[in-house]
Design a protein around this ligand. Structure first.
Ligand SMILES: Nc1ncnc2c1ncn2[C@@H]1O[C@H](COP(=O)(O)OP(=O)(O)OP(=O)(O)O)[C@@H](O)[C@H]1O
Ligand SMILES: [Mg+2]
Length: 244
């Protein structure tokens, strides 16, 4: 599903690389947790995987396609939920979703049904005509996720989809992700909530300062390192030093 080799990215004017010789691969059909402290390079890595950052070195193969030569094909197969809410605040939720759907060239009647179904599933149906700026944090996150689903992506990439949301929204989002996986799709997601990642991820990749720290199945890694849970393992491997 994903094969990354020697990925390297240094932003202009930055002294050190944000992603530094990162290599990893994952099989289809799993939920993958991309974990790491603040500034580890998670968002940069995700931006490369979904084609938003193009000036990098190394090889990136997504769903069997080289991201450099097949970005156009991947656009229809990959869905991305960015860390920052990417919705127009003055438009209603429905207007935002319609805008996204039109970008994917989904026929209007099909799009209306699709949006209505997702609004129901994500508990936003009764608020569909409210402006996004009047939504709560959890509602914005849920709407942001729907926007990435309209093209029925077989790979869904989410950057901190559960950050700053209440327990109810988080629980709903996590159930949705499990369900989406069970329909045969693959998911990569980032989170600082390690208990959550431990419970939902089939595999995790921990990175720090752009470099790979460890990759594997949470339960096995926890056992191998003689730790109690993922948070303990994470601290053992990345240390207690505060990040900038
Ligand atoms: N546009 C940019 N220009 C210069 N440096 C950047 C830019 N974006 C990110 N960085 C730097 O690259 C490093 C990795 O940032 P990135 O946002 O990928 O980390 P992250 O793991 O997603 O962090 P967080 O958990 O805080 O979201 C950081 O040191 C950050 O300051
Ligand atoms: Mg980030």
């Amino acid at each position: 599903m994903l094969k990354v080799q020697h990925l390297y990215k240094k932003y202009k004017n930055a002294e050190t690389p944000s992603v530094d010789q990162l290599s990893f691969s994952f099989e289809k059909g799993n939920i993958i947790g991309l974990l790491g402290p603040n500034g580890a390079g998670k968002t940069t890595t995700i931006s490369i995987l979904c084609g938003l950052i193009q000036d990098f070195t190394g090889e990136v193969n997504v769903l069997g396609y080289d991201i450099r030569t097949h970005a156009h094909i991947l656009k229809s197969k990959v869905g991305v939920v960015p860390q920052q809410i990417a919705l127009y605040p003055n438009l209603s939720c429905k207007e935002n979703l319609t805008y996204y759907g039109k970008m994917y060239q989904i026929p209007s009647n099909q799009l209306n049904t699709l949006i209505a179904d997702y609004l129901h599933e994500f508990g936003l149906y009764d608020h569909a005509d409210k402006q996004i700026k009047n939504y709560s944090g959890g509602m914005k996150r849920r709407a942001n996720i729907i926007a990435s689903l309209l093209n029925k992506p077989e790979l869904l990439i989410l950057d901190e989809p559960t950050a700053g949301v209440d327990v109810q929204s988080r629980s709903m989002i996590l159930h949705f992700l499990k369900n989406y996986q069970q329909q045969g799709n693959s998911i990569i997601y980032t989170s600082h909530l390690l208990e959550e990642a431990e419970s939902i991820c089939d595999e995790i990749l921990i990175i720090d300062q752009g470099k790979k720290v460890i990759q594997g199945i949470p339960k096995m890694l926890i056992k191998e390192h003689d730790t109690e849970n993922l948070e303990e393992l994470f601290l053992k491997l990345t240390g207690n030093k505060l990040r900038d």
